[in-house]
Design a protein around this ligand. Structure first.
Ligand code: PLP
Length: 381
């Protein structure tokens, strides 16, 4: 099945009871049993819910995975994956990373006994040098947040497997339409479905897709035992979002390409990070492992202090100043103050998350309107 067909039909069959074309939202916590233990596969909605089952089937199909498992948020999904490890295990992680992933690793799982090293995963030699006998997982984000670095998935999968290490890829920025990590050898894919999979900024959810039966069984056990599950309405919203995923990603990418080219020539912009620009250090790798460069751009403006941005924010008419990303509407974020504030300042600066760094989640509005909005705001700097 080709992508546009898959996105529309994944996980959704007309309802056997009524013929309803759209998956019903099963608002129920429990299910009647004919006799004790005799039921239709559903006992209690923490364990199973038919709307969630439809979504999990769709999620697996999108990533070309055997298993899809939905969680209450992207971080609940991250939490479940890290629980596959044992105290004493070591994890290598991309240095440029979603702030919440950094926080759960450093402040929840480090005290619990896991060890983490944050390294430059764009270079397999750097990763190899950091592997220890107790290294059990390699966790990469590509493209990364907020600096859009690209890590070579196939090369890192080979390296990880040579050392008996699982490769986890956070595929949130790319989505399964733009990048297929499992096909390139990754073991586990994690998503914040809050972002492009949902696509409309109206739901918080996470997802894990994988092929390994043993890890999948353990993750399902954790899903039920810990209970960080999404409700049926949220599952319905993400199922609906998925139907337009390829259409949206094409428009997000087309708009982001135009905006990044505009920013690259602007005198008040000192740096643009976008994998679709030939000046991006991993432009060729991005072209190889991604269908399109996606809708996220970061750029640095020339300012002396954060105060200089005051009029810039006020001028914006279409871009909304907000955290999060991946919705149909364009958002702008100030990583140093907003999404990446949980990373200590010295580490932030060392990474390149400077006070003048701005991150755009480019929506699906008209590209000319978006460029005009930024142009006017940059004039107020
Ligand atoms: C948002 C995000 C997460 C966390 O997901 P939530 O749904 O907010 O819990 C993880 N990784 C990336 C890349 C994200 O953007």
């Amino acid at each position: 099945m080709k992508w546009h067909t898959l996105a529309v039909h994944a996980g959704t069959e007309p309802d056997p009871l009524t013929g309803a074309v759209m998956t019903p939202v099963y608002f129920t916590s429990t299910y009647a049993q004919e006799a004790p233990g005799v039921h239709k596969g559903y006992e209690y909605s923490r364990t199973h819910n038919p709307t969630r089952t439809a979504l999990e089937t769709a999620l697996a199909q999108l990533e070309g995975a055997k298993h899809g498992i939905a969680f209450a948020s992207g971080l609940a999904a991250t939490d479940a994956i890290l629980r596959l490890l044992n105290p004493g295990d070591h994890v290598l992680v991309s240095r440029d990373l979603y702030g919440g992933t950094y926080r759960i690793m450093r402040r929840v799982f480090e005290p619990w006994g896991l060890k983490f090293d944050f390294v430059d995963t764009t270079d397999p030699a750097v990763v190899e040098a950091a592997i220890r006998p107790e290294t059990k997982m390699l966790w990469i984000e590509t493209p990364s947040n907020p600096l859009l670095y690209i890590s070579p998935i196939a090369a890192l999968a080979d390296l990880a497997h040579a050392h008996g290490i699982r490769l986890v890829v956070d595929n949130t920025f790319a989505t399964p339409y733009l990048q297929a990590p499992l096909e390139m050898g990754a073991d586990i894919v994690v998503h914040s479905a809050t972002k492009y999979l949902g696509g409309h900024s109206d739901v918080v959810m996470g997802a894990v897709m994988l092929n390994d039966d043993e890890d999948a069984q353990r993750l399902r056990f954790i899903q039920n035992a810990v209970g960080a599950v999404p409700g049926p309405m949220d599952c319905f919203l993400v199922l609906r979002g998925i139907k337009t995923l390829p259409l949206r990603m094409q428009k997000h990418s087309e708009n982001a390409q135009k905006i990044s080219e505009f920013l690259a020539t602007h005198p008040k912009v000192s740096k643009v990070y976008y994998p679709g620009l030939v000046t991006h250090p991993q432009y060729l790798l991005a072209k190889q492992q991604m269908r399109l460069p996606g809708g996220m751009i970061s750029f640095e403006v020339k300012i002396n202090s954060i105060e200089d941005l005051k009029n810039f924010w006020k001028s914006l008419q279409i871009f909304t100043l907000a955290e999060s990303l991946g919705g149909v509407e364009s958002l702008i974020n100030h990583p140093a103050v907003m999404t990446h504030a949980s990373i200590p300042e010295t580490e932030r600066l060392a990474l390149g998350i400077t006070p003048g760094l701005l991150r755009l989640s480019v929506g699906i509005e008209d590209a000319d309107d978006l460029v005009s909005d930024l142009k006017a705001a940059l004039q107020r700097l």
